[in-house]
Design a protein around this ligand. Structure first.
Ligand SMILES: Nc1nc2c(ncn2[C@@H]2O[C@H](COP(=O)(O)OP(=O)(O)OP(=O)(O)O)[C@@H](O)[C@H]2O)c(=O)[nH]1
Length: 197
């Protein structure tokens, strides 16, 4: 993504100048996130991958990534800075995926990631790597450094009968287990019967 320099208006209130700068940047960034599909476009991309699985037997994976403690980020840095952090996070996610993969924003602080042409083992490794790369360094927002981690629930898809809704609900269930297990984690499987005892 190209970040353009923008003219920041002079302060007319007693608001600290750093805050004004962040507000202006937030207005600049708000709206759809660069390189990130909305829900409808992401669904279309999911159906394309599903078609490839049917015709070419290319397995793929759906990951649902959710920012950990997003409320605490907003509370500590302000909602506008939270918006900017989500923009920067989408850039970082974008840098973690390959050509042919897709990223969609499916909720305020929730992203869907489609890993194309990917078997279950590779999907789990790539999900771990995405989670680790997000946590590697804080997101830099001018003078602010915002540490962000994500939790991921994912499903490797090798059966074309698996619809988006099926995959989404399975991935979301796993996401909540990743949250319960402490966050900054990936969950790509359901617990075995033995684990539940
Ligand atoms: N700044 C900003 N915050 C958002 C946006 N969308 C959702 N949020 C915030 O994300 C938070 C989601 O809250 P919760 O679902 O309780 O979870 P959380 O604080 O992220 O904690 P977890 O349990 O780790 O998910 C709320 O405080 C929302 O205000 C957004 O577009 N911008």
């Amino acid at each position: 993504m190209v970040i353009m320099l923008i003219q920041i208006p002079k302060a007319r209130t007693s608001q600290p100048s750093g805050e004004i700068r962040r507000d202006s940047l937030a207005r600049f960034f708000l709206g759809p996130l660069a390189g990130v599909a909305n829900r409808r476009k992401f669904l279309t991309q999911f159906e394309v991958a599903r078609g490839r699985l049917r015709s070419q037997r290319q397995a793929y994976a759906l990951l649902i990534a959710d920012v950990d403690h997003c409320k605490a980020i907003n509370d500590s840095f302000g909602h506008q800075a939270g918006n900017l952090a989500l923009s920067l996070l989408s850039n970082r996610l974008d840098s973690c995926v390959r050509n042919g993969d897709s990223i969609g924003r499916i909720g305020g602080e929730k992203f869907a990631i489609l890993l194309a042409d990917c078997d279950p083992k590779a999907a789990a490794e790539r999900a771990e790597s995405i989670k680790d790369r997000v946590a590697t360094a804080p997101l830099g927002l001018g003078d602010l450094q915002i540490p962000v981690t994500i939790s991921i629930g994912g499903v490797a898809i090798a059966d074309p009968r698996c619809s988006f809704n099926d995959a989404y609900s399975q991935a979301t269930r796993r996401l909540y287990r990743a949250k319960q297990a402490g966050r900054n984690r990936v969950q790509m499987e359901d617990p075995s019967v033995a684990d539940e005892d």
